[in-house]
Design a protein around this ligand. Sequence first.
Ligand code: 5AD
Ligand code: SF4
Length: 453
Amino acid sequence: MTKKLFIKTYGCQMNVYDSERMAGALSAHGYAATDQIEDADLVVLNTCHIREKAAEKVYSELGRMRLLRDQRRAGGSDLTIAVAGCVAQAEGEAMLQRAPFIDVVVGPQAYHRLPEMLAQRGRVASGIVDTDFPVESKFDELPAVSTPSGPSAFLTVQEGCDKFCTFCVVPYTRGAETSRPVAAILAEARQLADQGACEITLLGQNVNAFHGQAADGGTWGLGRLIRSLAEIEGLARIRYTTSHPRDVDDELIAAHRDVPQLMPFLHLPVQSGSDTILAAMNRKHRAEDYLRIVDRLREARPDLALSSDFIVGFPGETDQDFEATLRLVEQVRFAQAFSFKYSPRPGTPASLMKKQVKESVKAERLAALQELLERQRRSFDENSVGVRMDVLIERDGRDPGSKVGRSPWLQIVHLDGPDLSVGDLVTVEITGSHPRSLAGRLVSPPEKRGRAA
Ligand code: 5AD
Ligand code: SF4
C-alpha cells in the first residue's frame, strides 16, 4: 500500500533541493508525494532558521498539524509529523519538549536516516531526534534526484559554512563547510541533463568555497567545475548561488569570461557598504574589495548583472555607516537585491553586541535602501526593452498559447508562443517592462537543445 507524503518547504533553494532528495529517499520506502495535505500520511516541515520568528512560525504550523492529526485519529486513521531543516537542527530535543506530539526531528545532515527513523517510530512511543553531524555523507546515502521538476534543476555541490559572520546561524545549523566529490557532481549533472534539464543551478551556502576532490587526487575549485560541467551535452545554462566575495578567485572570474553557458547574473551578498560594520560582521572583506571584484567580473563579462543581500540596522550602525551602504549601491547598480532589517539570532555574537539599533531607525533605513534598490531594478528591466535575448521556456502562461520563461538575467519573460514547449530555448525581443516581469516577442524558433544560450 502506498503512503502519501506532503513536504512543506521554507527558506532557501538548499531546502528545496533537500526536500526533493527526502522525497526520493522516502519513495523507495513506499511514500508517494502529494500536494494535498489532506491526503497525507506523513507531513515533513522542512524549516528555515535564518531570520527571527522562524521557530515560532514552525510551532504554530505544528499546532495546525496536531489538529489535523487529532481529526484523523477520530476518524480511525493517522498522520505522522516530522520536522526537518535548520529549525530542527537548532532546536533539537527542545522541539520534542515543547511539541511532544512530533514524531521525528531530523537535521539537514541526517536526512538519509529519515526512512529508518520513521520505521523505528512505529516501535517506540516517544519522538526521535537526529541532529548529529554524522561522519558519513548524506550525499552517499540519498538517491540522486530522480526527475528534475522542469528544464531547470538544482544541484548541491557544497554545504555548510566556516565564515561565521556574526549575525548568521548557518555555521551552527548547517555545520562546517564540505564539498561533494567532483565525480559525483558530474554524474548527477549528466543524469539531470539526460532527463531533460537544460539549466543547472549549483547550490551551496557558500558555493564558491567549493573545493571538491577530483579523480586525479587534487581538488577543484568552482571555476574548474563549471568548465567541466559546460562540456555536458544538453546543458545550455549554468548558474551558482550563494557566493561569498572572499571566495571569488581568478579561476572563477576566468570562467565568467570563457564559458558562454555560465549565465551573466551573479548573486553576491555584500551586506553593508561600511568597513566598520563589515568588520563587526566578520565579513572578511571591505567595501573596496567588493567593488574591485565587481569591476573584475564586469571586465570578464561586460553584460554581467548583480544581485545582493543587505542587512540594515546591524548593531552599532550609524547614519554614516548606512550612507556608505547607499553609496556602494549607487556605485554597483544592482539588477535586483534582497534587504533585511537586522534581527538578533540567539547564539550568534551580534545578538550580544551592545548598541542594538532601534526598530524605528531600522525601518526607516530599510525603506530608504529598498526605494533605491527598487529604482535600480526598474531601470535594469527598462533597459532590457528592445534587446534580443535567449529565453528558456519554463511553463505555460495564463492566456491560451502564452508561455513564461527566464532571461539570462533571471527576469521573468511573458510571450505568445502556442507552438513552444517547456524547455525550449528561443530568441525573444523584449517589448515591454512590467513591475515584476518583461513582455517579449518571439524572434526565432526554438534552438536545438544543447547549444549555449
Ligand atoms: N538578520 C537579518 N538578516 C539576516 N540574514 C542572515 N542572518 C540575518 C540576521 N540575523 C540575511 C543575510 C543573508 C541572507 C540569506 O539573510 O543578508 O545573506
Ligand atoms: Fe552566514 Fe556569512 Fe556563512 Fe553566508 S558567509 S552562510 S552569511 S556565516
